[in-house]
Design a protein around this ligand. Structure first.
Ligand code: HEM
Length: 942
């Protein structure tokens, strides 16, 4: 059985505001034919696939393409890339139809385009939830059912998510006669340090130390182990941990061309601060956004234990040994190594592996499957969006977090720059505790962290991490101040908080203990962070109208900011309720799951508001870590400005000069507000090939390891160690279309010119590095998809048998996603990365009870709920309608203004804190690099 999406299409059609004005697309179009296509496509809506091999792949039929984007959309259908990015109004002003671009559906072409894009995106999400959840502990149950005839996709409690008896929280659980566990009492009130008990029936879910999951079939993992015929056929013995050579890949495909800026000095600039480093920039995303995402990853996942990998296994070979020259492997001589800039003597501790034993298998409906991947690894921090990078994820990291001795509801801040910076700065770590002779006072830290600001997750510290940790500790303390104020003004008012030990008893504001206040402030900070990420960071990362609507729906539900009395609202609500009602009665649990995916969201969503794991316990998959290897975002030098004179670049400070403890000195010297301004105004590095910061390719890791390391090469090695499928199979696995040659990476929409020429040059280098082979049609390479004729996909990928084909199957995932040059408008990331986000970004909201069922005053207090919903003490609105939307002042901008009021003149005209602050945002999702009126003298615009 299939699900038809007619009602969803209709609901979306009603809810999406019209985009108006602007120039028409320059294209010949036959509108009667387009409209006829609309009627055809409406009758013939696509279906959610029953089988993996029948997936949507983001590709529509001609009627849909024509209806939603006219001739231009039809012309691009032959590419491997998703179709929606060619629909009307999904790009900048030029993508909007002026003629027939307003009014109701189906006349309004802009609405057709945006709604069509949203439907395609929803399809992808539903299919990802259906086909791409692979938990390393419970997969067998997911496939075979709960043992009582129930569908595995609706299982909600797993024995594998119980805590072991030696876990410190075990004694506080309620344990049933059958061994089932239930979190009770204090374990349920707030976010716990180790992340246990977010799900009360599955205490271990998302907790520190749980296994990473997968978003790809287990059989497709670790292709270089060649454990099955498909992997052998796909890669023909060409790949291994060091093949193709990771350092050679790094130097040829990742190094920034800084030949035009010789005083860049390999990312180290000049001592006078006048040096410059060329890098490819993204005009619509700033350096704050780069460090924001590093700050987020430190909350979500880490493979390392206390910043160390497997200490028993140091890899002394990290490549710089061989390269392909005219298709023939040649050793890299010392002279050639010097020329390339790679280092055969680099070394690194090997990746930590949880289980490398042969995985068990099971048979189901005639198919034998693996119960888990060939090897597994652990997430050493909590997977929850719980701000654990600030507050801790185990006992040791919690001991690094300093509470304010004068007010233990607050975090400790110290004066570092005089009274004007009254909210203070994080204190520094004391010396590391020596195992044999603990100094007093001392901190549980690694030697390389001495002198850094004290916080729970201190690894890979730089000015960026210093910035966000200081910012959110200030915010934590301001939240506590707001509660203290409430105690003064309304001491006896019901705070809304409840204690499960005395559920009927109200707790007035004056009765909140310091520990309760600390935990409530943590809940609020974590929710603010999730909100910033969802509706502020992501809407700028993916800067177009469909994603603006989609991300706001993700956070707030589809009908937020609509007038509940309006006819459209009532109709849309009715349609939605009907669908949800029908599907909740559906005996087909998997389909009900998918509808939940379409309609559920964060706080405020119609329906249950309950958490949902879709039959697979929540944790991040290995593939998620991989698509966050975003090191090209970081520039080599930060253009430092002073808050007193924003249009002047005072000097260029190498990021490497802010590494670890040096960040703390730089932060105190410059001050939080000037660093905010500097990183707010500067564009970050574009996520593309040949754009890695050179300082990260030459990162001195002492005293951690006595070596320099190429982080770009390490990104490749780690993915290989953890068995990420190579790029093309990765795409097939997540329901995207495969590439058949390196040329597919080129953006076919480009006219002849410099950009196209440079893309062709890059592709030539890619071909040189990965090579080609004579293909063999008898070798089937995958089970994830079939070709256009429904036949198995073979080694020739549609080319003639025996012909010379590109080794596209061997391309590493990081290389592949950076090479994607055809992207939807305003996409700082590639569509392959994006599809992993679609799935996991939804899950981390749906699975967390503090964002769903328990986002309510009983846990947050009423003040806490209001603070999250209003982005502070009360809601504020931006003037006008940026990009056609009435918009609240977004949460990060509010926090910046609260913690650094001196930024007000600068931020007054900023709509999104992740858009370069001095940029004129233009009309409708403009990507132009033009100065706003008061910043025309800023040299960044020259
Ligand atoms: C000054 C800036 C940065 C430094 C010094 C740095 C350094 C490093 C190093 C040394 C590793 C390797 C750890 C290992 O496997 O042994 C790493 C991993 C990683 N980095 Fe960065 N990085 C920086 C910025 C960023 C940014 C902006 C992002 C963006 C999201 C990022 C994302 C990651 C991810 C996802 C990993 C893999 C983590 C894991 O395996 O669990 N890094 N980084």
């Amino acid at each position: 059985m299939h699900i038809r999406l007619g009602p969803l299409a209709l609901a979306l059609a009603i809810t999406i505001p019209a985009a108006t004005g602007a120039a028409d697309r320059a294209r010949a179009d036959n509108e009667p034919a387009n409209l006829a296509a609309c009627f055809n496509s409406f009758i013939n809506l696509p279906l959610i696939a029953d089988k993996r091999t029948e997936r949507f792949q983001g590709k529509v039929d001609e009627a849909h393409a024509r209806c939603r984007g006219g001739e231009a959309a039809v012309r691009q259908m032959g590419t491997p890339w998703v179709d929606w990015s060619n629909y009307w109004a999904t790009g900048g002003a030029g993508s909007r139809a002026k003629l027939l671009g307003v009014g109701p559906l189906p006349i309004n072409r802009n609405k057709r385009g945006i709604n069509g894009a949203l439907i395609d995106l929803e399809f992808q999400r539903m299919e990802l939830i259906k086909f791409n959840l692979f938990d390393n502990k419970t997969y067998k149950t997911y496939v075979t059912g709960d043992g009582n005839g129930g569908d595995g996709a609706t299982v909600k409690v797993w024995n594998e998510m119980r805590l072991p008896p030696d876990h410190p929280s075990f004694r506080d659980l309620q344990v049933d006669a059958d061994g089932g566990q239930r979190c009770i009492g204090a374990l349920t009130r707030f976010r716990t340090v180790t992340g246990v008990c977010n799900d009360e029936r599955n205490p271990a879910m998302g907790a520190s130390g749980q296994l990473f999951g997968r978003n790809v079939e287990f059989e497709s993992t670790f292709p270089d182990l060649e454990q099955n015929q498909y992997a052998r056929n796909r890669h023909g013995g060409r790949i291994s941990l060091l093949q193709p050579d990771p350092q050679v890949i790094s130097r040829k495909l990742f190094t920034r061309d800084q030949s035009a800026t010789p005083d860049c000095n390999h990312g180290h600039g000049t001592p006078t601060g006048t040096g410059d480093c060329a890098y490819k920039t993204a005009p619509f995303f700033n350096v704050l956004a780069a460090f924001w995402i590093q700050f987020m990853t430190h909350d979500w996942f880490s493979h390392l234990e206390e910043a160390r990998n497997d200490r028993s296994r140091v890899m002394t070979d990290l490549g710089c040994h061989s390269e392909l020259v005219d298709g023939v492997a040649r050793p890299v001589t010392p002279e050639r190594a010097a020329q390339l800039g790679c280092r055969p003597a680099d070394k690194m501790d090997a990746a930590l592996i949880a289980d490398a034993s042969a995985p068990p298998t099971f048979d189901y409906r005639g198919v034998t499957r693996l119960e888990r991947a060939y090897k597994t690894t652990r997430n050493t921090v909590t997977a929850w969006w719980d701000a654990s990078q600030l507050y801790g994820y185990d006992d040791r990291s919690r001991r690094r977090v300093r509470r304010d001795p004068a007010d233990s509801a607050k975090l400790m801040m110290v004066p570092a720059r005089g009274a004007a910076d009254r909210l203070g700065y994080l204190p520094e770590f004391a010396p590391a505790c020596a195992a044999d002779n603990p100094a007093t006072p001392c901190d549980p830290i690694q030697p390389e962290w001495v002198g850094q600001e004290a916080t729970a997750f201190p690894d890979n510290w730089s000015i960026g991490m210093s910035f966000f940790h200081n910012l959110f500790v200030r915010e934590h303390n301001l939240i506590v101040d707001a509660f203290r104020e409430r105690v003064l003004t309304q001491p006896d008012a019901d705070s809304g908080l409840r204690d499960p030990a005395r559920p009927g008893q109200t707790i007035p504001y004056r009765a909140l203990s310091n520990d309760e206040l600390f935990e409530i402030a943590r809940l609020i900070v974590a929710a603010e962070i999730a909100k910033i990420h969802t509706i502020e960071w992501t809407t700028q990362l993916l800067y177009d109208e469909p994603l603006y609507v989609a991300m706001n729906s993700n956070w707030s539900g589809l009908f937020r900011n609509k007038n509940p009395d309006s006819e459209a609202f009532q109709l849309a609500t009715k349609i939605t309720r009907d669908i949800v009602a029908v599907l909740s009665r559906s005996p087909r649990a998997r389909e009900a799951n998918q509808i939940f995916a379409a309609f559920a969201a964060g706080p405020g969503i119609i329906g249950s508001g309950s958490s949902n794991h879709f039959g697979s316990p929540f944790n991040f998959p290995e593939e998620f870590v991989s698509v966050y290897r975003l090191h090209p975002l970081v520039p080599d030098l930060i253009e430092f400005r002073d808050i007193g004179d924003p249009n002047v670049i005072r000097r260029r400070i190498p990021v490497i000069d802010t590494f670890r403890a040096k960040a703390t000195g730089a932060m105190h010297a410059g001050g939080l507000a000037s660093w905010a301004l500097s990183m707010g105004r500067q564009r970050l590095g574009r996520l593309t090939l040949q754009n890695h910061p050179q300082f990260l390719q030459n990162l001195d890791l002492r005293p951690r390891l006595d070596t320099t390391i190429d982080v770009a090469a390490l990104d490749i090695i780690r993915d290989r160690e953890r068995g990420i499928p190579r790029f093309n199979e990765f795409r097939r696995q997540i329901g995207l279309r495969q590439l058949t040659s390196f040329d597919d990476f080129i953006d076919r929409r480009l006219p002849e010119g410099r950009e196209l020429a440079s893309q062709r040059k890059l592709i030539a280098t890619l071909r040189e590095v990965y090579g080609q082979h004579r293909c063999d049609k008898t070798k089937v390479i995958t089970t994830a998809q079939h070709d256009a004729n429904g036949k198995p996909i073979d080694d020739c990928l549609g080319h003639d048998d025996g012909s010379l084909v590109d080794n596209i199957e061997d391309v590493d995932i990081v290389v592949g996603y950076l090479a994607e040059m055809a992207r939807p408008h305003g996409f700082a990331i590639s569509e392959t990365q994006f599809h992993i986000f679609i799935l996991n970004a939804s899950r981390r909201l749906f699975s967390d009870r503090f964002f769903t069922s328990d986002f309510r005053p009983e846990f947050y207090t009423q003040l806490g709920i209001d603070w999250v919903m209003n982005n502070g003490p009360s809601v504020q609105w931006e003037d006008g309608e940026p990009n056609g939307h009435r918009q609240e002042v977004l949460p990060l901008k509010r926090i910046l203004l609260r913690t650094m009021p001196e930024l007000e003149p600068e931020l007054r005209r900023v709509i999104n804190a992740f858009d370069p602050w001095a940029r004129d945002r233009g009309d409708y999702y403009s990507l132009d690099w033009r100065a706003r009126a008061d910043a025309t003298t800023d040299p960044a615009f020259k």
